[in-house]
Design a protein. Structure first.
Length: 274
């Protein structure tokens, strides 16, 4: 059984609201279903903003060291006002700023004095945790770190259910947003082999959109965003991204949830690489 989805936006972006033409092709065994629709999509897609990390259990969380206090799952705020959620309920710790939609899978590494450093897949340092549980947050605004403390409990960053129809509509909407940001049509094609991981695929599309929008907003990287013409999302065993001649190809393994796709930071570096 295989399925594929191709999403194409209308030829001329309209800033206030884009009319979106979509061609959706669904292949299940020997049966093929196709539809052509024209619709103006709403601005909100929070119902399909999801992370599928709860689906992946391949990695084994190392046991805590004796006497070590690890930060609990919950909401945190730094001294400079940055709010985020830290989730240790799954096989790997997850992190998300409350002001953003993207969830990062963090990787731990030892540091001097018994500290633990948590980094994203682009190698950026996000958190530093001391043996007694002290947390320091690192951001662009605070590259040297700022202390953070827990403010209360938070639900885990597991995904809600996403149907294929919701995934298709969401993909169209993200193509719409990227086309508006770069000033020309951006084609988005999803070519995936297995159904059942729509939430993970939706987040992959969301992360790609976040990367393109961040590139377009920056004066130093806007020219790189303007060169993007097509985005292909394909399934593979190892996540990654390549960019050449205006075509961004993102490899995802939806069965691994958030760990099975590259982060927006990694995608930005791929596109903006000299």
């Amino acid at each position: 059984m295989s399925w594929s989805n191709r999403v194409t936006t209308a030829q001329k972006p309209v800033l206030a609201t884009m009319a979106v033409a979509s061609v959706v092709r669904l292949v299940v065994g020997s049966l093929t279903f196709a539809s052509l629709t024209l619709a103006a999509l709403p601005a909100s897609a929070a119902q399909v903003q999801a992370n599928a990390q709860a689906q992946q259990e391949r990695a084994t969380r190392p046991p805590p060291r004796p006497g070590r206090t690890l930060p609990s799952t919950g909401r945190y705020v730094s001294e400079n006002g940055e709010r985020f959620v830290f989730d240790r309920s799954g096989a790997r710790p997850l992190f998300r700023f409350e002001s953003r939609n993207e969830t990062w899978v963090l990787r731990a590494s030892p540091a001097p004095r018994g500290d633990i450093i948590y980094r994203n897949d682009a190698g950026d340092q996000i958190l530093r945790v001391t043996p007694d549980g002290g947390v320091t947050l690192y951001t662009v605004r605070a590259p040297n770190g700022t202390p953070a403390s827990m403010t209360g409990p938070a639900p885990g960053l597991a995904p809600p259910a996403v149907t294929p129809a919701q995934l298709f509509r969401f993909s169209i909407q993200q193509s719409d947003r990227m086309s508006e940001a770069v000033g020309h049509l951006v084609y988005v094609t999803l070519d995936l082999e297995r159904p059942g991981h729509e939430a993970a695929v939706a987040e992959t599309v969301s992360v790609i959109c976040e990367a393109v929008l961040r590139l377009a907003r920056s004066s130093t990287t806007r020219s790189h965003a303007a060169g993007i013409r097509r985005i292909n999302v394909v399934e593979g065993t190892r996540p990654g991204a390549t960019y050449a001649n205006g075509v961004l190809t993102v490899v995802t393994n939806p069965a691994d949830g958030a760990e099975g796709r590259p982060s927006s930071a990694r995608i930005i570096r791929t596109i903006a690489r000299p």
